[in-house]
Design a binder for this molecule. Structure first.
Ligand code: SF4
Length: 480
């Protein structure tokens, strides 16, 4: 690896995971470099980076996957496997497959004596049972703590196998930022799968990196928009293949649908292979779609075509927002989501005249600062909770801020009886200009139909004492 990036997001300067305040204060403090490092003295749990590494490659063709871990680490994999099956159905695949996942099931004995034997057996089983082209091996806290030298074991095994063996170092304890799991996957892709020599450039080929949460409808819409610029899209890594991965280095430029997903990898491709990239926003909402599309179009010298298209789309779509604005203007919203989607949703609601009162996002860093400065031009006095999970803080804030709508996973907010919805929809296009109309109408419908959540609030109680709601939501964030 010519570049020194470790794959651990905490190693990037000015990155914070434990933070709370108003959007305005955070932006000012960050600007003056006076945010202090902090930690939570109480935490309800973090998302592990391993699931992000697994989901990043889970839909690659002809692959098998070995999780070198105790079986509990594979708990979240059912979610990824479900997404893989649904993604196949949306792509019209009739013989739907499960991902070929093995777990080494490290137990007490292996923790003392090492897990090498089980890893070797798992590689042999995966190769024999499925004859894949690729076998990905995911590390875990347990394999990291006991010091299994997975790279050395794989290097020793590789000459005896046809499939390419790709270790991905995603031990949960290495990072509190789950997006580090994406970086770990891309570092492994670069090290083991990309050609080391520069490839001949393919005219008009664009790498389009997309996280697993992008629906097939959104993929089609974004590919269609890029097609208007006369480019060919290499959509990766979802439902793609070793061949498509190897084409990455022949691209003219790169962009990503999510701001967080491949940002480090695109920098790497730029520095190592001379592939420039557009790194803007997620194309949800009018202004974000403009920004995203013009970002990649300007990069490849097709800004004029994009501007003409954007103008036409504004003429077509903006008059249709009237009904949505009439229903939603002035409504107060709390948003919780991954960094890319939560910021995109906050810009989207401004297109409908709604007001942001609270935003929960996993990390604050230089990129988040750009987004918050952008959001500060639209929204005032909203609270930001920088938290990976931590629902106890979310319910405290939702209870205090009393929004009219919650956008995000509504499992907790629904207990307050308020309407909840998401900007994530696997079946319909949420991105691009038609996505704005779909999401606007979806929010209107949810606001008109809060009956289910009202029943939840009547019959199901959250497990917190009243005294917690009266305290500062950020009281467990301690500076050091
Ligand atoms: S790798 Fe570590 S953090 Fe991740 S699921 Fe396993 S034990 Fe938990």
């Amino acid at each position: 690896m010519p570049r020194a990036y470790s794959g651990i997001r905490e190693s990037r300067p000015y990155t914070y995971n434990d933070l709370g305040g108003t959007g305005c204060d955070l932006a000012n403090d960050f600007d003056k470099k006076c945010i202090k490092n902090a930690d939570r003295s109480f935490s309800q749990g973090l998302q592990c980076q391993q699931i992000n590494s697994i989901s990043a490659v889970l839909s690659l063709e002809d692959s098998a996957f070995i999780i070198h871990a105790p079986q509990g680490c594979a708990g979240c994999v059912s979610m990824g496997a479900d997404g893989y099956r649904v993604g196949q159905a949306h792509r019209g695949i009739h013989l739907i497959k499960n991902p070929r996942i093995f777990i080494t099931n490290l137990d007490q004995d292996d923790i003392i004596h090492g897990g090498e034997k089980k890893l070797r057996e798992a590689v042999a089983a995966a190769a024999e049972r499925y004859s894949p082209k690729l076998i990905f091996i995911f590390t875990s806290c347990a394999s990291g703590i006991i010091g299994d030298d997975v790279d050395a074991i794989i290097a020793d095994l590789q000459p005896g196998y046809t499939p390419i063996l790709v270790p991905i170092h995603c031990d949960g304890f290495r990072s509190k930022i789950c997006a580090s799991g994406f970086d770990a996957a891309f570092i492994a892709i670069q090290k083991y799968l990309l050609p080391q020599d520069p490839q001949p450039k393919e005219k008009g080929l664009i790498n389009l990196f997309a996280p697993t949460s992008i629906s097939y409808k959104d993929q089609l819409e974004i590919e269609r928009m890029l097609g208007l610029l006369g480019v060919k899209v290499n959509y990766i890594p979802f439902y793609s293949s070793l061949e498509k991965i190897r084409k990455i280095t022949g691209a003219e430029a790169s962009t990503a649908i999510c701001k967080v997903f491949a940002d480090e990898f695109m920098k790497e491709l730029d520095e190592t292979y001379g592939i420039p990239f557009a790194h803007t926003v997620m194309p949800i909402g009018v202004r974000n779609t403009d920004k995203w599309f013009l970002g990649i179009a300007d990069l490849i010298g097709k800004g004029d075509i994009a501007r003409e298209y954007v103008e036409k789309e504004h003429e077509r779509v903006l008059p249709q927002l009237g009904y949505i604005k009439e229903k939603l203007a002035g409504k107060r919203v709390f948003i919780c989501g991954g960094t890319g989607r939560s910021f995109a949703a906050a810009a989207l609601i401004n297109d409908f005249g709604m007001e942001l009162v609270g935003l929960e996002t996993p990390t604050y860093d230089l990129d988040a600062q750009i987004d918050i400065e952008y959001l500060n031009t639209m929204h005032k006095n909203y609270v930001v909770d920088v938290a990976n999970m931590q629902p106890f803080e979310q319910v405290n804030l939702v209870n205090k801020l009393k929004p009219d709508l919650f956008i995000g996973v509504g499992a907790w907010a629904a207990h307050f009886g308020l309407p909840t919805t998401h900007v994530l929809d696997p079946k319909r296009a949420t991105m691009g200009y038609d996505g704005i109309l779909y999401l606007g109408n979806k929010i209107v419908e949810q606001m008109r139909n809060p009956g289910f959540n009202r029943k939840i609030s009547r019959y199901a109680k959250l497990p917190y004492k009243q005294s917690w709601y009266e305290q500062d939501a950020f009281k467990f964030i301690k500076e050091f």
